[in-house]
Design a protein around this ligand. Structure first.
Ligand code: FES
Length: 210
């Protein structure tokens, strides 16, 4: 082929490649909106918070705090109740419970029988009445022994004296010996050492008669 013919041969039209759109400058993998503004850039303005939102948020925050405290207190209360030693039920036959003293006829009139475990004296009065007298002196709480020869209770601490009914025969004790309730069940004397009866002096209604 001649040189003239070669010139006339049409060349295929050139396709211009469109360059990809320029990416906004930023750190790879992080959307530009999230990135901190670079030096020289004008920072984007923060989204305005509606004025009504702030007190509402505060209120919700406080509410959650209160609920959290209440839940914590409940949890502590349950935990302490679980860990605290359970109060032993008052055992029958021991101090604090009901003590069976025995048949009433076993206690002769005008006598006093000591029940050390029960911390009381069972006094059988000359007229047959029964009293359970606390052994605790009403002055300062010393244990008061019964002196059978003198038929009196004489406190070793400050010399208070009580008669068989528990009345003060000699101060400084300010009042009669305390009582424990006595009951008779089929002729058996029972004393409830879980209840203390305070009194000033003896009255006949305090005694229990078989
Ligand atoms: S304690 Fe009994 S007289 Fe003081």
């Amino acid at each position: 082929m001649s040189a003239k013919k070669r010139k006339k041969t049409k060349e295929p039209p050139r396709v211009e490649k469109t360059p990809p759109p320029a990416q906004a400058p930023g750190v790879e993998g992080i959307p530009p909106a999230v990135q901190a503004p670079r030096a020289g850039e004008t920072p984007r303005p923060m989204e305005p918070v509606h004025p009504a939102e702030t007190p509402r948020r505060d209120f919700l925050g406080r509410l959650w705090k209160i609920l959290g405290i209440v839940a914590l207190l409940e949890f502590l209360g349950v935990g302490l109740a679980f860990l605290a030693p359970k109060r032993e039920a008052k055992k029958e036959g021991a101090f604090g419970g009901v003590i069976t003293a025995g048949p009433a006829e076993r206690f002769a009139p005008d006598t006093v029988t000591a029940f050390r475990q029960g911390h009381f004296y069972l006094a059988r009065l000359p007229d047959g009445g029964l009293l359970a007298l606390s052994r605790k002196c009403t002055h300062l709480g010393c244990s008061v022994p019964w002196v059978a020869e003198e038929k009196r209770f004489i406190c070793p601490c400050h010399a208070s004296v009580f008669d068989i009914q528990g009345n003060v025969a000699n101060p400084p004790a300010p009042r009669a010996l305390d009582l424990f309730p006595v009951s008779l069940v089929n002729g058996i004397v029972k004393v409830d050492t879980g209840k203390t009866i305070r009194r000033q002096r003896f009255e006949k209604s305090q005694a229990v008669y078989p």
